[in-house]
Design a protein around this ligand. Structure first.
Ligand code: C2E
Ligand code: MG
Ligand code: MG
Ligand code: MG
Length: 283
């Protein structure tokens, strides 16, 4: 009987795993097609200074404009792309798209605020990453300081010399560097001291309902104090309410992004709302 049950469980797992593997394979093939058919879209979320709600930049976030499923958020394909190795291609597409966007805004005489792009460990670890990025910036005549890269604590797990020299090369380009999802990774804190990081982004999980949770408050205070000590800026992610914002302001957090101000929007919407060209009228 136990044997029968064991088989039953095995059969259940087996078909479930088969189903999952099938689904992943389908999605993987579809994602390759999506890139070939230009179905990826860049949306941009405003980042604000906390003191005065002044716009300080944007974060580029990928979406998949699926022919049947509509606009698919990255949560449902980035994890797969990470395990399949497709993430580096997505990141390269996003970097080029953001640089093109900056070049276009420059040509159009719009106000230039830095765009931050998320860079996976997979792209970061490619030895030609900095050379490629340098070439894209040169080709589009976009200065490095228009660009910011958001890396996670995972990149700090590579060979330390490689990580450090890569980050230093990026800084020489003028690119600003943030640690994303801070507080959720596994690394120690030494890299904050050793790496040329500009900004720490406090993970959303510590921000949401922070005003009601003493443990979150303790963590957020500690991160801000640590960042202050090291001369780093802090940006809070996922701010949805005035109460959360008030707490962060009181603690001296430097900036924020979140649905309270705006979600990520398509470029044309960003232009309409925040980058309207000054119309000079002749006298
Ligand atoms: P992330 O880099 O930490 O980006 C912040 C995420 O929080 C975004 O989700 C953003 O839309 C969401 N968010 C912002 N404000 C709020 C808020 O007030 N409430 C809530 N509930 N969420 C908020 P999104 O766009 O779904 O992206 C999820 C993650 O996918 C990103 O987290 C990032 O890790 C990854 N991702 C997105 N685009 C790219 C990309 O081009 N390359 C790589 N490697 N990863 C990307
Ligand atoms: Mg990010
Ligand atoms: Mg984040
Ligand atoms: Mg996140």
């Amino acid at each position: 009987q136990a044997k029968a049950r064991g088989r039953g469980i095995y059969a259940f797992y087996s078909s479930d795993m088969q189903h999952q593997a099938q689904h992943r394979l389908t999605l993987r093939v579809e994602l390759d097609g999506a890139m070939q058919r230009n179905e990826l879209r860049a949306h941009y979320q405003p980042k604000l200074g906390i003191a005065d709600d002044e716009l300080v930049g944007f974060e580029a976030l990928v979406r998949w404009q699926h022919p049947e499923r509509g606009l698919v958020p990255p949560g449902s394909f980035i994890p797969l792309a990470e395990s399949s190795g497709q993430i580096a291609a997505i990141d390269r597409w996003m970097l080029k798209t953001a640089i093109d966007q900056l070049a276009q805004w420059r040509r159009q005489g719009r106000r230039i605020l830095p765009i931050a792009v998320n860079v996976s460990a997979s792209l970061f670890s490619r030895s030609d990453f900095v050379a490629e990025l340098t070439r894209w910036l040169d080709e589009r005549k976009v200065p490095g300081h228009d660009l910011e890269l958001e890396i996670t604590e995972h990149v700090a797990m590579f060979d330390l010399d490689y990580t450090l020299s890569t980050l230093q090369a990026l800084k020489r380009l003028g690119v600003a560097l943030s640690i994303d999802d801070f507080g959720t990774g596994y690394s120690g804190l030494a890299y904050l001291r050793d790496f040329p990081i500009d900004t720490v982004k406090i993970d959303m999980s510590f921000i949401q309902r922070v005003h009601e949770d003493e443990k979150k408050q303790g963590i957020v205070r500690a991160i801000i104090a640590l960042a202050d000590t090291l001369g780093l800026q802090t940006i809070a992610e996922g701010v949805e309410t005035e109460e959360e914002l008030a707490f962060l302001k009181l603690q001296g957090c430097w900036g924020y992004q979140g649905y309270l101000f705006s979600p990520a929007l398509a470029a044309d919407e960003i232009e309409r709302r925040y980058l309207v060209r000054e119309v000079r009228q002749g006298i």
